[in-house]
Design a binder for this molecule. Sequence first.
Ligand code: AN7
Length: 354
Amino acid sequence: MAYRGLIHKYGRRMAISQSATPITLFEGDTPLIDAPRISAWVGGGAKLWLKCEGMNPTGSFKDRGMTAAVTEAVHHGASALICASTGNTAASAAAYAARAGITCCVLIPEGKIAMGKLAGAAAYGAQILAIDGSFDAALELVRLAAERAPIALVNSVNPARLQGQKTAAWEIVEQLGRVPDLVCLPVGNAGNISAYWLGFCENSDRERPKMLGAQAEGAAPIVRGEIVREPETRATAIRIGNPARWLQAEDAVRESAGLILSVTDEEIFEAYHAVAELEGVFCEPSSAAGIAGLRKAMSNGDVDARERDVVCVLTGHGLKDPDSVFDGTPKVVRIGANLDELLRALASEAGVPA
Ligand code: AN7
């Protein structure tokens, strides 16, 4: 039968109300593609696979958790949703609220949201509110607001979110035909790494991957072991200084014998450009933190993944954040509108002989 979304496929294995009518945009079922060139770029002899979560309906993995959280909220009578967001959660919540015919309010750190995410939230008709403060401050505020006002909180502190997001682990096992040896992903609020670990643990008692989480150096509270009051990174999705699922992420890393490490913005952006140019897979900068972290861990000997299956989760689509592609202005070569100039440019710019 045709694919009809995560709850239809996995709902019985999700701890959500079984009688609820799914609110779905047919999220999930995203590609897991082999990546020989980026494997070589990362080095160390591992075989890399890319889990392309940007292929979800609103362009990020958040849709997996949102179908579950919004289904649950609507089942319990909610007529409005709220979330704090670095962008992707906002776009996803706005879309699922629209799908359910209810109101959505999003609270964002002003000026720190990629344009494609803001565009999504606006297009789906959310009420967008901004504060002069960090994501962490926004999350604190929406938690308090949800205690006072009749509005359902859909950040990943909501347990239904993890129930939806854990399905990505099961898809990977199905697509690969086995459990991978290592799974690498970016860590912000730490909901996703917690959800993957939950999924792998529910999948098997014996075979589980190591989890590798990557934080941006300027927003690496778990790596540093302390809250970061003013997190800073160009990877704005993971510009978070006090992750809500901090302890759970530490458990996932410890229980899996994995690791959490930080990568510089420079390393993140190198990986971001490399995966697009070498594999044709365009993710947003934050999403490339997992690849950057893997490369670092391989080169300094923290992981030995030779001839192993490694999955890098690319959490959001590159089109979410078009500004990040360019360092200033796009590299465009202007030519006259005639064949001579085109052929000359092909030879000089692209190495294509006339
Ligand atoms: C592309 O949208 O926190 O560790 O408010 O958008 O589960 O928080 C986004 C996070 C990774 C980190 N990659 O995931 C939000 C938000 C992308 C993201 C993360 C986010 P978590």
